[in-house]
Write a protein that binds this ligand. Structure first.
Ligand code: NAD
Length: 331
């Protein structure tokens, strides 16, 4: 029987692994922790390996896996920057990722954030908790159907978000370095980001972090926004200059923001910080800001995503064992 070593499994994932194992008639062994030089020997005797790394996989690991006759590592996330692809290739190890697992999950969360912002849910909650039940302008909402929504990055997630916003009656405009035909069913492309942000009542991002867009959303950019506009970033923290976003909100350049990512989130997410506390002053200011809704990188986190990530990771492992390659290969 085929045997797969499954590293770094959270408790909530155990039933998914068990079901996959039964459905595919494959023996699986759960191994605690990420794949490291210290525990790679536990994969000996197995046909394949899957893991969810957020620490580097050093050369030694590829060499050992090669020695054991293992031909792949299936990473269970979209990002694969923890792998040395050259070293893996040298050792005949195929690295795969999970490029798409549920773009709907992220898009639906963005819609949730947009509705929370325009319906002023945070202020409503505060006032209601204090016993102030008056109908007053501070809690009076807007309507998506009367708004223009700007979608920056019209790939897998951006396109679905555009469709959802359009279904609410919004006028959707978009920008992408490489516009695509399918997106034009839901949005009208603008030629520049600047043109888009000048027109939009809500600006939402779906772009990867690159050297070119580092701190693209800074004070100068927010100056172009409508003062009534909302900004939503569930893409990558580094695209936004956090310090300047806070200043832009304080100076009234924009009305509010929802952020699911933060440029220095690395050591805080997804971690229980209750005992250790948060000693990053900028993050503390984000959390305390009355015009910012902050969430800890959870836009993707649904039962569908959790199930798909595990199943696709296991499928890719089996695909290499059975066929010698996988469509999700990245090296
Ligand atoms: P994708 O690769 O399908 O689409 C990205 C799009 O961005 C592409 O169309 C590309 O041409 C465009 N693009 C790249 N650089 C650009 C730039 N500088 N300006 C304008 N357009 C640019 O990716 P996706 O699956 O739609 O994911 C989009 C992003 O969402 C990811 O890169 C990631 O940062 C983020 N994400 C967040 C979560 C979360 O839980 N918050 C989960 C998954 C992904």
């Amino acid at each position: 029987m085929t045997k797969i070593a499954v590293y770094q499994v959270r408790e909530e994932e155990l039933p998914i692994v068990e079901k996959w194992s039964k459905d595919n008639n494959v023996e699986v062994k759960i191994i605690d922790g990420q794949l490291t030089p210290e525990n790679v020997h536990l994969a000996k005797g197995f046909d394949g390996v899957t893991t969810s790394q957020n620490m580097k996989v050093p050369t030694e690991v590829y060499k050992k896996l090669h020695e054991y006759g293992i031909k792949q590592i299936a990473q269970r996330s979209a990002g694969f920057d923890y792998y040395d692809l050259e070293e893996a290739t040298k050792n005949d190890i195929i690295i795969s990722n999970v490029p798409v697992y549920s773009p709907e999950s992220i898009a639906e969360f963005v819609l949730t954030q947009a509705l929370m912002l325009i319906r002023k849910v945070r202020t409503i909650e505060e006032k209601t908790n204090e016993g102030d039940f008056r109908w007053q302008p501070a809690i009076r909402g807007g309507l998506l159907g009367e708004m223009t929504v700007g979608v920056i990055g019209t790939g897998h997630i951006g396109r679905i978000a555009a469709r959802l916003f359009k279904s609410f009656g919004a006028n959707v405009i978009g920008y992408d370095l490489y516009p695509n035909e399918e997106a034009t069913k839901y949005l009208e492309y603008k030629d520049t980001v600047e043109e888009l942000v000048k027109e939009a009542d809500i600006v939402t991002l779906y772009v990867p972090a690159t050297a070119d867009n580092f701190h693209q959303f800074n004070y100068e950019m927010f100056k172009l926004f409508k003062p009534t506009a909302y900004f939503i970033n569930d893409a990558r923290g580094s695209v936004v200059d956090t310090e300047e976003l806070i200043k832009s909100l304080d100076d009234g350049l924009i009305a509010g923001a929802a952020l699911d990512t933060y440029e220095n989130e690395g050591s805080y997410i997804p971690v229980d910080n209750r005992e250790t506390g948060i000693d990053d002053g900028l993050l503390q200011r984000l959390l305390a800001h009355p015009k910012i809704l902050f969430t800890p990188h959870i836009a993707h986190y649904t039962n569908v995503s959790v199930r798909n990530i595990m199943n696709i990771g296991l499928d890719s492992t089996l695909e290499v064992i059975e066929t010698g390659d996988t469509k999700n290969r990245v090296n």
